[in-house]
Design a protein around this ligand. Sequence first.
Ligand code: GDP
Length: 424
Amino acid sequence: MVKAVVGANWGDEGKGKITDMLADQADIVIRFQGGANAGHTIVNNYGKFALHTLPSGVFHQHITNIIGNGVALNVAKVMEEIDEITGRGVPKPQIMISDRAQIVMSYHILFDQYEEERLGGKSFGSTKSGIAPFYSDKYAKIGFQVSEIFDDTLIEEKAVRVCEQKNILLEHLYHKPLLKPEEIVAELKGYREQLRPYVGDVSAFLSQAIKDGKEILLEGQLGTLKDPDHGIYPMVTSSSTLAAYGAIGAGLPPYEIKKVVVVCKAYSSAVGAGEFVSEIFGDEADELRKRGGDGGEYGATTGRPRRMGWFDCVASKYGCRLQGATDMAFTVLDVLGYLDEIPVCVGYEIDGKVTTDFPVTAKLKDAKPVYETLPGWKTEIRGIKKYEDLPENCRKYIEFVEEKIGYPITMVSNGPGREDIIYR
Ligand code: GDP
């Protein structure tokens, strides 16, 4: 069976932990989109790890970990990550990289930096990992697929075409040093030996795996609100964050995705710029940030402090709907144990009217949060294993959110570890 684990919100919902946990029963874990611009944090018996491109199944020996065609493949970063985990005692994982994945080139990273510099204060808050220039080139058909880099003539010709386009921008828009075709060719040739052991025909492999009844997990990066079509455009990422895209970014039939586990955090956080209706500020935000996640809400890739907010039922209901949630995993609930009362955003007021439907970005900037306040439970809930053993106010919080969102919360995460999970 194919299951997807995806985010309902702005990312950082705890997908890594949920995937790592579900990976116990999986045979294959696949990253199907995104790149090294965001991270998943996983805490297990080997320690605490921030994975950026490697699938979260790499801690399990029996799992084939696939980097799908939809991913922005930064070869150096993947190799570093493999070294990092094996260097810390994790046995060498089984990894397969799609022959159709495309490569993030060093010039993509430069263009990302140059564009942020040029935009100055109006920037999109890019992590400068080259993701937007990478996907632009992919769709402009001047990207390099993994399978292509083994063909001298092909890369030499394409490198010339890339330089013709890029150098106009470098010279006239950015006033930066120009690219040389031979440098691009050398970079690509440098990746050959690193990639060769891992390259495979992923869709053929998956087709057979499905016939053999294997358990397959699709692992999403970021969340619905960062989707280029359905998110808070233009403050979005450059590849689809939706479970539906899992079919494309991995190469399997859409009807094979039978379960969509949508991960939703018990409060809100976001990185980068963009509308965030239930955002909080000042001491209130600092306190939640400090206590949030596992050791504070700071970006797994960038270390940037995350923007904080109360749980947003409007955004989360929309987030679950677009993902097509069959299950919801409600995470990081333990963090809220310090609060006397907990505001929950239950509607947006726009032009004097209250709505529970998430609007387009242009309307979002005028939206004001409508809050309902629930009593806190004022106690530590880590270590609790049974739903009935949670404090009453904590169960009320979960059931309130479930009712507002309209999707079943089947898992409650009450700590960062693999075992900190309550099934309902
Ligand atoms: P992802 O990108 O969706 O995987 O999310 P991140 O890993 O960036 O952020 C989630 C953070 O919360 C990480 O530091 C996790 O270790 C941590 N985390 C996940 N689930 C829980 C939980 O239930 N409780 C606590 N306290 N931390 C959690």
